[in-house]
Ligand binder design. Structure first.
Ligand code: C2E
Ligand code: MG
Ligand code: MG
Length: 388
């Protein structure tokens, strides 16, 4: 809804909500009651409703949203997610039910497709884990980022096979939580806003290492990942420039990676931000390219130095009958060449794939074939040896 309001205005958004509400009402039974909770959230109260009926109701609504029956003036379709809670089994107060319903919705949305999720033990446990991780993360942040560490993964020049870059990847360890992967704890940091502080810490630590390695080993560029949320914070760029000066490092040896799946709502803001950073001499990379629908649009709207082709296209490259990935990588690389954008193939795990992407003309190579992300000291050993 927010996207719709932003791109087509509130009047349009309101119309869609109204039509949606009417359709929803149309699919419900006579004894059901439809309420609008807030924003684009609706509740159906279905006394004696069976789970099967409710799933069917969801499917009807979902079909009608996917078929664009809800669209007003113009072609629009959108996804819907839903949760099911039962009274009194899943909560005997309104607040309890609502909160469990929210956990169902969070889960449904995370799976990234239209679906309906009924409350269960699994959902409750998952929510508990998220809560525990969240609290432990906040403690780490307040304890001077205790438990956070940057690992570094080498990136090779595909011609010379030498290490010319590395990517800083965040790790977090704490005694209370058993292995939380970056995808898990970074999502929690993003949702809670904690990514802002941790993002500054990552930036400074990456710049610090870049400065050290520039002095000791020459031209090793360090890239680090930022969340869209960080770029919305105006002080981010200021601090990056200040830290680069403080540590006395060439900004050309620092690359900022933004994942394409950041769902940037405001590409003109993004474009200004990137142009400014590039003007200051920093490099910009678009990460995980090809995972979203609007990949080409983004390429059109924002300028960048490096494009990182997502692992999913690289991994299957040598499978027989897989002409699509090959064709995609070939044309992306070709397009980038014409736009003077360099390319990285992520997720190279075998020699066979390495040889193929080198042949296609990818500029840089990254993957477990060369090294997993390792602590700084271990990465320095690779630099000292001048090889893996
Ligand atoms: P990413 O930026 O696309 O990073 C590449 C991920 O692929 C890393 O996962 C890396 O360990 C993994 N990888 C590299 N080579 C291979 C390979 O050959 N095979 C396979 N299967 N995987 C490979 P990791 O470290 O788990 O990070 C996951 C994601 O978390 C990153 O994806 C990035 O989006 C995010 N992330 C990591 N550190 C930070 C950070 O400091 N800030 C932010 N905002 N996001 C971060
Ligand atoms: Mg990255
Ligand atoms: Mg990536």
């Amino acid at each position: 809804l927010r996207k719709m309001n932003n791109t087509s205005g509130y009047t349009y958004g309101n119309k869609v909500l109204k039509v949606f509400g009417e359709r929803l009402h149309k699919f419900t039974k006579e004894t059901d009651r439809v309420y609008r909770l807030q924003g684009d959230e609706f509740i159906v109260n279905s006394p004696g409703g069976k789970k099967k009926e409710l799933v069917q109701l969801f499917q009807n609504v979902q079909n009608c949203c996917a078929r664009m029956d809800v669209a007003v003036d113009g072609v629009r379709s959108f996804s819907v997610s839903a949760g099911i809670v039962r009274y009194p089994e899943d909560g005997d107060t309104y607040n309890m039910l609502l909160s469990n319903l929210e956990h169902c919705l969070e889960y449904a949305k995370e799976q990234k497709k239209d679906q309906v999720v009924a409350f269960s033990e699994k959902i409750a446990e998952r929510h508990n884990r998220i809560g525990k991780i969240h609290d432990a993360l906040m403690r780490s942040i307040h304890n001077d980022f205790e438990g956070f560490e940057l690992y570094f993964q080498p990136i090779l020049d595909s011609q010379t096979q030498e290490i010319v870059k590395c990517e800083a990847l965040l790790r977090w360890k704490t005694p209370e939580i058993q292995d939380s992967a970056p995808y898990e704890f970074i999502k929690i940091l993003e949702d809670s806003g904690g990514i802002r502080e941790v993002g500054f810490w990552v930036m400074e630590d990456a710049v610090r290492h870049a400065a050290k390695w520039q002095r000791e080993y020459g031209n090793i560029s360090v890239s680090f990942n930022v969340s869209y949320l960080q770029l919305l914070d105006e002080t981010f760029i200021e601090k990056l420039i200040a830290k680069t000066q403080e540590y006395d490092v060439d900004p050309g040896l620092i690359m900022v990676e933004l994942t394409e799946s950041c769902n940037a709502e405001d590409t003109s803001m993004l474009s200004r931000c990137f142009d400014y950073l590039r003007g200051m001499g920093f490099e910009i990379a678009m990460d995980d390219f090809g995972t979203e629908y609007a990949s080409l649009g983004l390429l059109h709207d924002v300028s960048m130095d490096v494009l990182k082709i997502d692992q999913k296209f690289v991994r299957g490259l040598t499978e027989k009958e897989n002409r699509a990935d090959l064709a995609i990588i070939e044309s992306v690389v070709d397009m980038c060449r014409q736009l003077a954008i360099r390319t990285v193939a992520e997720g190279i795990e075998t020699e066979e794939i390495q040889n193929l992407v080198r042949e296609i003309g990818v500029s840089y190579l990254q993957g477990y074939l060369y090294s997993r992300p390792v602590p700084a000291a271990e990465f320095e050993k690779m630099l000292a040896k001048k090889g893996i």
